[in-house]
Write a protein that binds this ligand. Structure first.
Ligand code: BGC
Length: 756
């Protein structure tokens, strides 16, 4: 079939029908006003639709319902697909994993049927979890996971990551990416911590909003667009005891102060779609919470886009939360709360019960129209009606050398040097032994959501990627690189073999951490590093040779006793396809490390994160100031260069009106030779909170500076009272209290007064 012809056919018929509607509508009604031509087009199309067609648009199915063996691999079961699209009028699908060419072919095939064989020719919108690059495309560039990216404290890194992802996603006909995760990583045990950027709301907001803006406005993928999907609204990331989807109890003041800001920033950046939190907050599953989905999201935060459920979560109101007696009630309350599209995945019950609910007058067709109009508007905005087919000519950039180089840059800016007694950078000529669970594995480096939900098996990982061992061999004299792959030490014999392997080497590089997991599969009772890995570290330390620990993990696994003895420690998280080259470049000094921890590394399992503890906690439990608070605190990160901060100056010491600002400046000098990056982290301490108690400090501004060797530069932060000094109450109203505030940077502080 000629694709251009079919598109034109569909578009012309739409135009004609719209004209008829417009003329007929004009006889009886006042012309409506529309905020955009997309809304007008959506409205015109909506007027032509039957109830069945509308309900189909509100339904999203998994590709596994229309593939031959129900797997993620893209072999179309045409009969099942025709059933989905002709009988149920399904408007959206998700998931799948295959090569770029197979994606192009598959989506071309299904869009042809959608556009040419259905009454109105409405194109499908396909959702995908490209959460660290195009991770469901076999040739895709696998980027570092978000927690690693967050450690770059760099908007440009987020922009680069979003750009690579968009360019490797949209040409395949995938126009809806289920990222960015805007959840604030407050709970170190939560198995999705690595999907968040940080424990800090500002970092999550800035990185997340940059993703949204880049996806949705990237000229490189024109004429189509990629919709971002903020997730998971809201309060998902602090479940009790850290289990995924466990209930969360979050006071509303905390909700507004810590969880709302990242979502708000993304919405302000134009976020087109939002996915709902699968958990329950304060006793109410979020999928049925009108308080959160309607009052907060729609009315207070002004979100106008599409609200998508998470997978099968209407069913879970019945099966999991036991908060609705049956699926019909669950559907009713979710739709009443505000969901627009159900990620039903593999059953059509949503459509049938919705028809009953409408027939019985429980849900009005006007309510359905609101949702369907949003969905159609999204499809128009993304350019799907004009360009429903993948653009096979634009796929050559997928996995390109340029993108892989960019992936390496991202990792290099994100990896954090946590400890170093001077062993790093490694002197040339040293013999190194690479050991531990990730020494010779790609799977551990890439982590979960790589070609498969839990990460694909080792032999299917990217062929042209290097393990850490291989990357070392490529970079330094390969005769000096030795491998002892080991998941840890479980007995004396394994210890002996290991000790023997260390005999002729100078330095031990020990990878420690976690195998890939996603969602509840990663639930954990104890953050302590696995005993066999602790044994490996102990054995390595017992040799008396320098030990460099490299942490490959989705969350901070605790190993305080051993950490204290390591000569150097690096945090890499899951750094992606080129993460091993980035690590080698940092270890050998080719690249100066510049990442800083975007989360607090606890001293003990169950120990406190995040860093923004309250004054009371600080004064009762944490004093004196010299007491050790974290294994490594939020914002900690070493460089091979020394940076000297001095001369913290405020442009004024009193603010007397809301419009007045104060500029804080500080000088940062690169004390060594060679250009290096330094991230300036500006905190504000509200000394007294009268309405609500305040945290000891909150990050209010951050900036990465690249400073030439020996040069001093000036960093600045403009303090705007309403933006940086206020905080929300339990209804989200902002409170601005007079009093004393400290600006804190690199342990230095300057004080000013707000006196309105
Ligand atoms: C996850 C979402 C994801 C969705 C679709 C769910 O299990 O919670 O983050 O986008 O699956 O794959």
């Amino acid at each position: 079939m000629n694709k251009n012809m079919s598109t034109t056919k569909c578009f012309n018929c739409l135009l004609l029908l719209s004209l008829i509607i417009l003329i007929c509508g004009g006889c009886v009604k006042q012309p409506k006003s529309y905020e955009s031509p997309y809304e007008r087009s959506a409205d015109s199309l909506l007027a032509l639709m039957t109830l069945d067609e509308k309900l189909g648009q509100m339904t999203q199915m998994c590709f596994s319902t229309i593939t031959l063996d129900g797997s993620k691999t893209l072999d179309l079961n045409v009969e099942n697909f025709r059933d989905a699209i002709l009988n149920y009028h399904v408007g959206s699908f998700l998931s799948g994993s295959d090569s770029a060419q197979r994606w192009v072919d598959f989506i071309t095939d299904i869009q042809e049927i959608a556009v040419n064989e259905t009454r109105l020719g409405i194109p499908l919108i396909i959702g995908i979890d490209h959460v660290h690059g195009a991770n469901y495309v076999f040739e895709g560039t696998i980027l570092p996971h978000n927690l690693t990216l967050g450690c770059s404290f760099d908007e440009n890194v987020a922009r680069m990551a979003a750009k690579v992802t968009a360019i490797e996603t949209a040409p395949l006909g995938l126009h809806w990416n289920f990222t960015p995760v805007l959840d604030v990583g407050k709970n170190a045990s939560w198995p999705r911590l690595y999907e968040t950027f940080s424990e800090d709301p500002l970092v999550c907001g800035i990185m997340g909003a940059t993703f949204v803006d880049t996806y949705e406005n990237l000229p490189d993928i024109a004429p189509v667009k990629l919709a971002a999907c903020g997730k998971h609204f809201i309060g998902y990331s602090d479940p009790k005891y850290g289990y995924d989807r466990a209930p969360a109890d979050i006071p509303m003041q905390v909700m507004y102060e810590h969880f709302v800001p990242s979502f708000k920033k993304a919405i302000d950046a134009g976020l087109k779609t939002m996915m709902v939190n699968s958990g329950e907050v304060n006793g109410v599953p979020v999928h049925r919470s009108a308080r959160l989905l309607d009052t907060m999201l729609r009315q207070e935060l002004g979100f106008r886009g599409v609200i998508l459920t998470d997978i099968k979560d209407i069913d879970r109101l019945v099966d999991m939360h036991k908060n609705a007696p049956d699926f019909k009630t669950a559907t009713l309350v979710s739709v009443q709360a505000g969901i627009d599209m159900y990620m039903a995945c593999n059953a059509y019950e949503f459509i049938t019960v919705m028809k009953d609910l409408i027939k019985e007058g429980e849900i009005t067709e006007e309510r359905i129209d609101e949702s369907v109009k949003r969905i159609l508007k999204l499809k128009f905005e993304l350019g799907l009606f004009d360009n429903p087919f993948p653009d096979g000519s634009k796929t050559e950039q997928i996995g390109s050398v340029e993108h892989r180089d960019m992936a390496q840059k991202m990792a290099e800016k994100s990896i954090v040097l946590l400890q170093n007694d001077g062993i790093l950078p490694l002197k040339p000529g040293k013999k190194v032994l690479i050991t531990g669970f990730a020494a010779h594995s790609k799977k551990m480096i890439n982590g979960a959501w790589t070609y498969d939900w839990q990460g694909i098996k080792e032999d299917m990982q990217p062929a042209d990627m290097n393990t850490l061992y291989e990357a070392f061999k490529n970079e330094i004299d390969s005769n000096n690189v030795f491998l002892h792959p080991s998941k840890g030490i479980r007995n004396e014999k394994e210890k002996e073999t290991f000790i023997t392997a260390t005999k002729d080497v100078d330095v031990l590089i020990v990878t420690i951490g976690e195998e890939p997991y996603s969602e509840f599969e990663g639930n954990l009772n104890d953050l302590t590093l696995e005993q066999s890995q602790l044994n490996l570290l102990d054995a390595a330390l017992s040799t008396g040779k320098p030990v460099v620990a490299v942490i490959i993990a989705g969350r901070p696994r605790v190993f305080t006793k051993q950490a204290d003895q390591c000569h150097a420690i690096l945090f890499a998280g899951h750094p992606g396809t080129r993460g091993t080259e980035a690590l080698v470049n940092i270890i050998t000094g080719k690249v100066t490390p510049s990442g800083k921890l975007s989360f607090s590394y606890p001293l003990a399992p169950g120990h406190v994160i995040p860093y923004y503890i309250k004054h009371a906690e600080y004064s009762i439990y944490w004093r004196p100031d010299t007491a050790r608070k974290f294994l490594f605190p939020f914002g900690h990160g070493l460089s091979y260069n020394e940076f000297l901060y001095s001369n913290l100056i405020l442009s004024d010491t009193v603010i007397t009106s809301r419009n007045q600002t104060i500029t804080a400046t500080i000088e940062i000098k690169n004390m060594d030779s060679g250009q290096a990056d330094e991230i300036a982290l500006w905190f504000i301490r509200d000394r007294v909170g009268e309405t609500f108690t305040r945290p000891v400090k909150m990050l209010q501004h951050f900036e990465r500076h690249s400073i030439p060797g020996g040069i001093k530069m000036k960093a600045a932060f403009e303090i705007i009272p309403e933006k940086h000094l206020s905080y929300p109450d339990e209804r989200g109203n902002m409170i601005l209290e007079n009093g004393m505030f400290d600006v804190v940077i690199d342990g230095k502080k300057a004080t000013f007064e707000l006196k309105l």
